[in-house]
Ligand binder design. Structure first.
Ligand SMILES: Nc1ncnc2c1ncn2[C@@H]1O[C@H](COP(=O)(O)OP(=O)(O)OP(=O)(O)O)[C@@H](O)[C@H]1O
Length: 770
């Protein structure tokens, strides 16, 4: 037996021992859980017999309340410990399958003994030997594994920096309790394991990368100093992966104070949300809150307006609707210029120009807009606008009380009373009795009955008006926003197509339609005037695909989550929306005014084979030094076809050959949803296809037809670009780059007539011509 084989045998014996320990711990925990469960059942069953309910006098009532409180606290304490034991049980189950993935031997300076540390997705402490059989990958000492080669090494512990000598670094692949691979490496994380992991088939759910986190990714994951962390990195360099492991790290490090609902991830669409939803549970953590910016916009505006989604906007632009003035408008409305113009405009509104609507009840004006304006401007102008709006709303509500009283005698109230349900009569009667205001016969007294019922009916009728006044709907937001788009607006008229931008905006507003580019600025103006609804409980906000966010959206997020640290991840080369500017993320520092900003740039791309990365990076004007991970594969194919019929024939045979090669997720990426639908109709009788044009669908295995903008963020074993001749404009370069970078192992690009200019610019040595 070779030394290496003996070593492997020793390691397998240790794995067996750890699994045995874990199995015993599992049994103990199950027993304990069974006991807890019966405690819970027992307490629930006896809840009311264990509390003394006596409401005879106030002292008894207080005692009863205290007794109920005590009993329910006991119950929730037991339930909490039950939940935590259950989650431990789940972790043990995972560890039993694969207890760890790495080992480091570290000799701390001044210590005679070398410490042997095994790293897994969670720690396991053996009480009998007072020893950690497995260390959590997030423990301070575990960073040695990710950050250092053999030799001198150090890590940061709560007590300070610990220095020493890293004597061994070993990686394992353990499945079902068996070591299937074992490598010693001198590098930070050796390539061998990474080669194996990246060579696997794509998955419909993103996987955790804890066993192979790279040093530069670890710097993102363990960054705790910055309140604004900007990660700029090429397609496939692991931005999303690093973000998710960072969430897991923060939940571990700050476990006393931080819970998953204190963390929010903004992602590009709901399909992406479902794609990444499994990473944290796989690591034994609960998922953070996941949302999209569009969900926030819809929540605030969709009741009042038809709001265009980013994908509808994209579809319109890619189909050439409206063309250049629309694109100019989109760019302008996402610009820092416009943001500043809005701030100046709102400042002026403090003195004059606020627009209000008449407050009406049953189509009759109760308070005129002019009166509201007079009241608003009578308030101290040193106070903020939101504060004055609140005062104004209180004033209106008081006026409504008077109006409501006057209304009680109107004929419509009489009529409504007749239609009241019997149960309402009974309810009102009981309420009155409780208040002891009337004796038992009082409801039969016609005059007081009428009074009570008419008060009830008018109060009910004013309810929704009162609510809308509380929400400041008397502010004429449409006019206020429209005023920004007067043709003679001095702030903005230097823009070339200003008058067309104005016409389009005013036309849409009139139709109660908000184009996607207007939705965020519109809401921003509104919230500057009535106050932002903030969420101070959120401590970390992650923004993925941040290149698609406009300065407005960043400014918004900053205001909504005032106490949150931001992690912003993006790739300027994948800016696919028309509002994209060439500005780098450095403008965020100024815009967000955070104290500690750090920018980390990732250049190594892991998703695709070396051949695909070499080809895709040549499509860019500036590839910013993208380095492929050295995983070999076939060169991408560029295929000229005579027409649509031929693309469909070629696609059919290509996909069949990919299926034969064992690829499980195969995408035909079209430019638009319209094109996707067309291709689907043509091919559905020949192949088992799924059309994905709805962002709410979950990402599934198989052959999918998908529009360009929905494919971003996700990856496929093999991708075919349906028709590259569609990407002709310079502003579509990044979209074309983005779609080509979705392929992990195989990429084929079809074109009719002439290929897009970006392929023509790429060196011919980087692709096969078919
Ligand atoms: N350290 C790593 N170990 C193993 N796999 C990794 C590592 N880093 C990245 N990957 C893999 O590379 C692929 C791309 O990662 P990810 O989607 O996180 O990149 P990205 O930068 O967000 O890409 P894009 O900008 O194109 O959406 C994924 O399959 C991921 O699992």
């Amino acid at each position: 037996m070779t030394t290496w084989n003996r070593e492997q045998q020793n390691e397998q014996e240790r794995v067996n021992e750890v699994i045995k320990e874990l199995s015993q711990a599992t049994s103990r925990l199950q027993e304990h859980l069974g006991g807890k469960l019966s405690d819970v059942v027992q307490i629930r069953k006896n809840f009311w017999s264990d509390v003394t309910v006596n409401l005879d006098d106030p002292d008894d009532a207080i005692e009863t309340a205290a007794s109920i409180k005590q009993q329910s606290e006991l119950l929730s304490e037991i339930e909490r410990s039950h939940i935590s034991a259950e989650s431990r049980l789940k972790t043990y189950e995972k560890l039993k399958n694969s207890p760890y993935f790495g080992r480091i031997d570290f000799n701390e300076n001044g210590e005679s003994e070398t410490e042997r540390v095994y790293l897994g997705i969670a720690s396991y402490y053996d009480e009998a030997t007072s020893e950690f059989l497995v260390h959590d990958w997030r423990a301070p000492i575990s960073s040695l594994y990710y950050d250092h080669s053999l030799g001198e090494a150090s890590f940061r512990a709560p007590s300070g920096t610990i220095k020493g000598d890293l004597e061994l670094k070993r990686q394992f692949i353990i499945k079902n309790g068996q070591i299937q691979g074992m490598f010693d490496t001198g590098e930070a994380i050796g390539d061998e394991l990474l080669q194996q992991v990246l060579g696997n088939q794509a998955n419909t759910q993103m996987k955790s990368i804890v066993a192979t986190i790279q040093k530069e990714q670890n710097a993102i994951i363990r960054n705790t100093e910055s309140d604004l962390l900007i990660v700029q990195g090429a397609a496939g360099c692991g931005k999303t992966s690093a973000a998710l492991q960072r969430v897991a790290y923060l939940l571990y490090r700050d476990r006393e104070t931080l819970q998953s609902h204190h963390i929010v991830l903004f992602s590009p669409n709901n399909m992406f949300n479902s794609y990444v939803a499994n990473v944290l549970p796989e690591l034994g953590e609960e998922n953070m809150e996941q949302t999209t910016f569009q969900a926030y916009i819809d929540h605030h505006l969709a009741e009042e307006f038809s709001v265009e989604t980013p994908f509808e906007q994209m579809e319109a632009i890619l189909s050439g609707v409206g063309e250049s003035s629309r694109v100019e408008g989109i760019k302008f409305k996402a610009s820092v210029d416009f943001l500043e113009a809005i701030h100046q405009y709102v400042e002026k509104l403090s003195e004059s120009g606020m627009q209000f609507l008449d407050v009406k009840f049953r189509d009759k004006t109760v308070i005129r807009a002019k009166q509201i304006s007079e009241y608003f401007y009578s308030l101290d102008s040193r106070e903020t606008i939101p504060y004055r709006m609140k005062q104004t709303s209180h004033w209106i509500l008081n006026e409504l009380k008077l109006a409501e009283r006057k209304e009680r005698k109107k004929p419509w109230v009489e009529k409504e009373i007749q239609f009241l349900d019997k149960s309402v009569y009974t309810k009102l009667y009981e309420q009155l009795q409780k208040r002891n205001k009337y004796d038992a016969d009082s409801f039969n007294d016609l005059a007081s009955e009428q009074k009570v019922l008419s008060a009830y009916v008018t109060r009910l009728a004013f309810k929704s008006l009162r609510k809308s006044v509380e929400e400041c709907t008397f502010l004429d937001m449409k006019s206020l926003y429209a005023k920004l788009f007067q043709k003679n607006n001095k702030l903005l008229q230097e823009y070339d197509v200003w008058s067309e931008i104005c016409n389009q905006t005013l036309f849409n507003l009139k139709q109660n339609h908000l184009a996607n580019e207007d939705a965020t600025p519109f809401l921003y103006v509104k919230e500057l005037l009535i106050g932002f609804q903030t969420n101070a409980a959120v401590r970390h906000v992650f923004i993925d695909e941040a290149q698609d966010f406009s300065p407005f959206q960043f400014a918004f997020i900053q205001r909504i989550f005032p106490r949150a640290r931001l992690t912003v991840l993006g790739d300027l080369n994948q800016s696919i929306y028309a509002h994209a500017s060439d500005q780098s993320f450095s403008m965020l520092e100024k815009l967000l005014d955070k104290k500690h900003t750090e920018t980390i740039t990732l250049t190594r791309s892991y998703r695709s084979t070396k051949e695909i990365v070499d080809f895709t990076k040549s499509l860019l004007k500036d590839d910013s030094g993208i380095i492929p991970f050295n995983r070999p594969g076939e060169k991408p194919s560029v295929v000229k076809v005579d027409g649509e019929e031929q693309i469909h024939e070629e696609l059919e045979s290509l996909i069949n050959s990919w299926l034969k090669d064992g690829h499980e997720t195969i995408a035909v990426i079209c430019r638009t949803a319209k094109e996707s639908l067309h291709v689907y109709e043509k091919l559905k009788s020949k192949l088992d296809l799924r059309l994905m044009i709805n962002e709410d669908a979950a990402f599934q295995k198989g052959i999918i037809i998908i529009p360009s903008y929905l494919a971003k963020g996700i990856e496929f074993d093999a991708a075919a670009i349906y028709d590259a001749s569609g990407y002709q404009k310079e502003r579509e370069r990044k979209l074309f780059y983005t779609v080509c970078t979705r392929a992990m192992h195989e990429l084929t690009v079809f074109y009719k007539g002439s290929p897009c200019p970006f392929i023509k610019e790429a060196p011919k040595t980087l692709y096969k011509i078919n």
